[in-house]
Design a protein around this ligand. Structure first.
Ligand code: SF4
Length: 202
């Protein structure tokens, strides 16, 4: 159990946040205020290590088993259980675990993939394109010409290299969260029984 990689994952998340903030400042590309549309997609994915900082936090809050039950009730393949839709504006909503969200949630709308020619290509959300078409078009054109932009793969490789035993392919976010919660909980139970055993024999 490699739960001791959590501080390193959190550090990578800080780097992502700094890079996306710098990119937003350079380009003025923003999400529409309050928009949570990307969180409603069933295609949001993460790896298990990416969800460990959240598992640790939910364990610390005593919310660990409640979230496991919520994931079981919602289903592994359904939309993210941590999304709370706005009751009034249908596309708006909020993330209940924002500081601990995984890589894709931090980068979506502000990062690039490599295209078939090996050049970076900005992945811009449809709502950004609709709200600020000129900015979205300018960013799209400038990225292959060298505009600095965070890259999805840079961060996913860094995180997966911390835990080579874990599956590197992302899986649906609810499943990744469930597996991370189970993994973190099991490690804590083992650590607890180990120290209890030492106390008995010591
Ligand atoms: S973890 Fe948060 S940001 Fe990511 S999909 Fe779920 S609600 Fe949205």
């Amino acid at each position: 159990m490699q739960n001791n990689i959590i501080p390193q994952i959190s550090e990578i998340y800080s780097h992502i946040d700094k890079e996306t903030e710098a990119f937003r400042n350079r380009t003025s590309l923003q999400c529409p205020p309050g928009c949570g549309k990307c969180c409603t997609s069933v295609k949001v994915e993460a790896t298990v290590p990416e969800m460990l900082p959240l598992a640790q936090e939910l364990f610390r809050q005593g919310e660990w088993s409640r979230w496991l039950e919520r994931i079981a009730a919602a289903g592994d393949e359904r939309k993210c259980v941590f999304y709370q839709p706005d009751p009034v504006i249908s596309v708006n909503g909020r993330c209940l675990v924002y500081p601990w969200r995984p890589t894709l949630c931090r980068l979506f709308g502000f990062a690039a993939v490599k295209n078939k020619k090996g050049l970076p290509e900005a992945v811009i959300c449809g709502h950004q394109k609709k709200n600020t078409p000129d900015i979205a078009a300018a960013v799209k054109a400038a990225v292959p010409d060298g505009l600095p932009i965070p890259k999805f793969t840079d961060f996913s490789i860094r995180i997966s290299s911390l835990d080579p035993c874990s599956e590197i392919r992302p899986i649906p976010i609810n499943r990744a969260a469930r597996l991370a919660l189970e993994r973190y909980g099991l490690a804590m139970q083992l650590a607890g029984s180990d120290s209890a055993e030492k106390a008995e024999t010591g």
